[in-house]
Design a protein around this ligand. Structure first.
Ligand code: SAH
Length: 248
C-alpha cells in the first residue's frame, strides 16, 4: 500500500507537505494553547513535522497515520532524531475510517481531506476520535480570488471552480456543520513557494540521479512546466489555511 510514486519523489525532501512554513506551524501550535500531555491524532500525517515539533515544543503526545511508506519512515526518523519516540507514534496505513481507541484533545487532517471524502466527511470522521470539548484541525485550500474559468481552476490543479470556496464561504461552511471556528492560521504566497518551489530542486536532483527511471519523462515534463504554472495560477488564486473547530 502506498501513494502514487510521483509524490514520493517530488515531495521527498519536504518536512511539511503543505504551504505552512515552520514558523506558521509553530504559530498554530501556540495559538491552540496546547496543554502538556494533550493527545493528538493526525490523519495523513506526512513526514510527521506537526506532531514532532508540537511534541518537542508543547509536550503533546499522539499518533499519525499516513499511506506513504517513505513519509512515514521519515516521520519515525524525525521523532527519533528529536528524542520523541515515547511521545509520538507513526503508522503506515490508510487513514480512511480510522478512529482512535483513546479519545484525543486534538484531531487533525491537514491537506488530505479526501481521506474522509471531503471536508464534512473528514470532520465527521475526526469527531469520532475527539473527546468532548476537543479541537478539530482542518487544513484546506480556498480561493484567494475566484478563478474566472474552470481552466484557470485546473491550472491550480483543481478539477473545477466548485472544488474550493472563497475564505468567508469556507468559514461559513464550518458553521453550517455545527462548529465554531475558534482559531485559524493562513498560509501566504511565500509559504506556497516553499511547498511548490521546493519540489523543483528535488525534481532536478532526482532527474540528474535517475535519468533512466520509468518516471523520468513525467518528472522532466513536470519540471518544465511547474514553475510557470505555479506563478500563473496557484500563487495568484489559491489560498490555504488551517481552521480550528469546536462543536457548538
Ligand atoms: N498533513 C501532512 C501531509 C499533507 S500531504 C502535512 O501537512 O505535512 C497529504 C498526505 O496524505 C500525504 O502524506 C499522503 O501520503 C497522505 N495520504 C493520502 N491518502 C491517504 C490515506 N488514504 N490515508 C492516509 N494518508 C493518506
Amino acid at each position: 500500500m502506498d501513494i502514487p510514486r510521483i509524490f514520493n519523489i517530488t515531495e521527498s525532501a519536504h518536512r511539511i507537505h503543505n504551504p505552512l512554513t515552520p514558523e506558521k506551524l509553530a504559530t498554530l501550535g501556540a495559538a491552540l494553547r496546547l496543554e502538556k500531555g494533550t493527545r493528538l491524532l493526525d490523519l495523513g500525517s506526512g513526514s510527521g513535522e506537526m506532531l514532532c515539533t508540537w511534541a518537542r515544543d508543547y509536550g503533546v503526545i499522539g499518533t499519525g497515520i499516513d499511506m506513504s511508506r517513505l513519509f512515514t519512515e521519515q516521520a519515525k526518523l524525525r521523532a527519533a532524531e528529536l528524542g520523541l519516540a515515547d511521545q509520538v507514534k507513526f503508522i503506515h496505513g490508510d487513514a480512511a475510517g480510522y478512529v482512535s481507541d483513546e479519545k484525543v484533545g486534538v484531531a487533525a487532517c491537514l491537506g488530505a481531506t479526501w481521506i474522509g471524502g471531503g471536508v464534512s466527511g473528514t470532520i465527521e470522521l475526526l469527531a469520532q476520535s475527539l473527546r468532548p470539548g476537543g479541537i478539530i484541525l482542518i487544513g484546506e485550500p480556498y480561493w484567494r480570488q475566484l478563478p474566472p474559468t474552470d481552466d484557470v481552476a485546473k491550472g491550480c490543479l483543481a478539477h473545477s471552480i466548485s472544488d474550493f470556496l472563497l475564505l468567508p464561504e469556507l468559514i461559513a461552511s464550518f458553521g453550517r456543520l455545527g462548529y465554531d471556528v475558534v482559531e485559524m492560521v493562513l498560509a501566504d504566497q511565500d509559504g506556497w513557494d516553499r511547498y511548490e518551489a521546493a519540489q523543483w530542486l528535488t525534481m532536478r536532483r532526482w532527474l540528474d540521479a535517475n535519468p533512466g527511471d520509468e518516471l523520468a519523462k513525467d518528472i522532466r515534463d513536470k519540471l518544465n512546466s511547474e514553475p510557470e504554472r505555479h506563478a500563473a495560477f496557484t500563487r495568484k488564486y489559491l489560498g490555504w489555511g488551517v481552521f480550528a473547530l469546536m462543536r457548538r
